[in-house]
Design a protein around this ligand. Structure first.
Ligand code: G3H
Ligand code: 13P
Ligand code: NA
Ligand code: ZN
Length: 328
């Protein structure tokens, strides 16, 4: 059944687990995510970016989500707008069956310019008021994460706006988080804790302590009823990089957020863990492998089936390691 982010994360908080939020753009990803969840009885968050909505089209996504929910009746599913940039994006998502929206007011509506605090409070408060009228949940964001432009490859230390922003803008301030949640009434809060979007997060292998655990802990202590969200949570696994590069890909050396670090974050109050890059890599590695190993192949299903299998395996691993297996 469909549930809201508030319902799902309240349960996660009560039972001390975290929920991966996988980005979805098409049927193959939807099936793989749901099959993985069903195989271990995990609750699901599927999230669509603005790019996903214009790629798949709103009506297609809506009916597909309905189909997935119907096919897996025992699995609670939250359908979430990832990085909504204004009121219109958030409200049209809800009209198309989303049970939760992210109003990302940490950036201006162009999603490139860091926004003022007052802009963020005002637009997030408006969206929360409207979403709560109709029973949808809201995630806000306070603090600026690294680049949203995937594939850009310039952001390597987790600080996409480095040079333009001071250190304190790169980590969320706990006092400001309290003010933000009091004024906006969001259900969940994405905080800047040292991660960035995309495949190129760190140039060196992280040696632990890459997440600002003290910030997570301080915010969690002050806001025990607000669920913390960690963006940029792909681990960029070396084995997936190796598969892509073995079959003609060109990913340069890079490191993501180790799963153990995410698990530490979950122990300190992180409840929603956003993962897109790893899912893309799992599928793309198989597309490349089939293309090279079977150059005579031209049936797309022969590419999709192993890609779905690789994604299913990735999702299952995250469900298990984040503690949500068996919690559906
Ligand atoms: O944080 C952004 C997600 O990875 C979605 O990316 O906008 O290319 O769909 P996208
Ligand atoms: P990754 O690029 O690390 O997968 O992060 C995805 C994300 O935060 C989506 O909102
Ligand atoms: Na989101
Ligand atoms: Zn994000």
């Amino acid at each position: 059944a469909k549930i809201t982010l508030r319902q799902l994360l309240d349960h996660a908080a009560e039972h001390d687990y975290g929920v991966p939020a996988f980005n979805i753009n098409n049927m193959e990803q939807g099936l793989a995510i749901m099959e993985a969840a069903a195989s271990c009885d995990a609750p699901v968050i599927m999230q669509a970016s603005r790019g996903a909505r214009s790629y798949a089209k709103d009506i297609m996504l809506e009916k597909m989500m309905d189909a997935l929910v119907e096919m897996f009746p025992a699995i609670p599913v939250c359908i979430h707008q990832d990085h909504g940039n204004d009121e219109q994006t958030c409200l049209t998502a809800i009209r198309h069956g989303f049970t939760s929206v992210m109003m990302d007011g940490s950036l201006e509506a162009d999603m490139k310019t860091p926004a003022s605090y007052e802009y963020n409070v005002a637009i997030t408060e408006r969206v929360t008021r409207m979403a709560h009228w109709v029973g949808a949940s809201v995630e806000g964001e306070l603090g600026v994460l690294g680049s949203l432009e995937s594939g850009e490859g310039e952001k390597e230390d987790g600080h996409g706006f480095e040079g333009k922003l001071s250190e304190d803008q790169l980590l969320t301030d706990p006092e400001q988080a309290v003010d933000f949640v009091r004024r906006t009434k969001v259900d969940a809060l994405a905080i800047a804790m040292g991660t960035s979007h995309g495949a190129y997060k760190f140039t060196r292998k992280p040696d632990g302590d890459i997440l600002a655990m003290h910030v997570i802990e301080a915010i969690h202590q002050k806001l025990p009823n607000t669920h913390l969200v960690m963006h940029g949570s792909s681990s960029v696994p070396e084995d997936l990089q190796a598969i892509i590069n073995r079959y003609g890909g060109k990913m340069r050396e890079t490191y993501g957020v180790p799963v153990d670090e995410i698990v530490r974050g979950i122990r300190h109050g992180v409840r929603k863990v956003n993962i897109d890059t790893d899912c893309r890599m799992a599928m793309t590695g198989q597309f490349r492998r089939v293309a090279m190993e079977k150059p005579e192949e031209f049936d797309p299903r022969k590419f999709m089936v192993p890609a779905m299998e690789a994604l299913r395996k990735l999702c299952l691993d995250r469900y298990e390691r984040f503690g949500c297996a068996g919690k559906a």
